[in-house]
Design a protein around this ligand. Structure first.
Ligand SMILES: *Cc1c(COP(=O)(O)O)cnc(C)c1O
Length: 321
């Protein structure tokens, strides 16, 4: 068997991110609510993708890559953080972004430009079409002597999942140092890799903790997450090990990337009680779900860890109703 420490990893995260008690929120709801500040991973505006990119871009470098492709929506946090990490590593980033949603040069698209990434808009809803375009450009670049490396949507591959196995080792280690363990860890599920890493990291480092994932898109996440967990287990030479699945709750609202008024309320609540900003597309929806569960009386007497996965750029592009 292997551990995550057997995998080479160029350090992109600026050291451990803070794990903090949210005192005012905890008092208000009568639970102990903690937050893991992965909005402070130290590259770009911070966010969860940096942890995946530590493994993925180390692999890219080992293969001699000089150009990195990835994809996402027009305001993709993942694409922006890929561009930021590539800048740091001296690689060129080409972002294949769906020409959907907010395509004006603000929010993450502005940052993509500042980071020197090449943005190629793709007028399709089908990622199969996007990957076909990537393949065509990859062939062309290879013929010119370049070494391209493609990262799929959200960096959600088996190798990317190891980023959150590492993230949870860090978080639960911080909990142990503070003398606490968690009853529930809550994360956002967008493409599934973070949830898979949280699930596997919890199984390995805090098996008594239950995982609740809040899905912000309509996808068959039970299967997607289970497959990613199995892929990561195979990398760790633990194939077939039984890992408890997460509870997945859906909070999509009107659609991926479209926040409802409850998201505005959740973003305001955390800002006004604790001075922390959530985002309109991912963490705001997940936190709105957590607040509604708290109001319904879920998690009685529990200690809860909320994973803040970043997304600040979205606040400057996506209108909160
Ligand atoms: C990408 C993203 C997520 C979802 O992570 P996945 O690994 O794609 O499921 C959550 N929060 C933010 C801010 C993100 O950018």
């Amino acid at each position: 068997m292997k551990t995550i420490h057997d995998f080479p990893r160029f350090p992109l995260c600026a050291g451990p991110t803070p794990l903090q008690l949210l005192p005012n929120l905890s008092r208000k709801y009568g639970r102990q609510i903690y937050i893991k500040r992965d909005d402070m991973t130290g590259v770009g505006l911070g966010g969860n993708k940096v942890r995946k990119l530590e493994f993925l871009l180390t692999d890219a470098r080992a293969r001699g890559a000089d150009v990195v492709f990835t994809t996402g929506g027009a305001q993709s946090n993942h694409a922006m953080l890929t561009a930021a990490c590539c800048a740091k590593l001296g690689m060129k980033a080409v972002l294949f972004l769906k020409e959907r949603g907010v395509t004006e040069e603000k929010g993450n698209l502005l940052l993509d430009r500042l980071l020197g990434a090449e943005v190629r808009f793709v007028d399709t809803d089908d990622y199969g079409e996007v990957y076909a375009q990537m393949d065509r450009l990859a062939a062309q670049l290879r013929a010119e002597g370049h070494v391209p490396y493609a990262i799929p949507l959200g960096g959600s591959t088996a190798l990317g999942v190891l980023g959150y196995v590492a993230g949870m080792e860090e978080a639960y280690g911080q909990g142990t140092a503070m003398g606490i363990s968690f009853d529930h860890t809550v994360c956002v599920c967008g493409s599934g890799g973070t949830t898979a890493g949280v699930v596997l990291g919890t199984h390995l480092y805090s098996p008594g903790t239950r995982v609740l994932a809040v899905a912000v898109d309509d996808q068959p996440f039970d299967q997607i997450v289970a497959d990613l967990v199995q892929g990561a287990l195979a990398l760790l030479e633990r194939t077939g090990e039984a890992v408890p699945p997460p509870e997945i709750r859906s909070h999509v609202g009107e659609g991926y990337g479209i926040p409802g008024p409850e998201v505005t309320a959740a973003v305001e609540e955390l800002a006004r009680l604790e001075g922390i900003f959530l985002d309109p597309v991912y963490t705001g929806k997940a936190f709105a779900e957590v607040l509604s569960l708290l109001r319904e009386g879920k998690f009685p007497g529990e200690r809860i860890l909320f994973l803040h996965s970043g997304g600040a750029g979205g606040l400057f592009a996506v209108d909160l109703p």
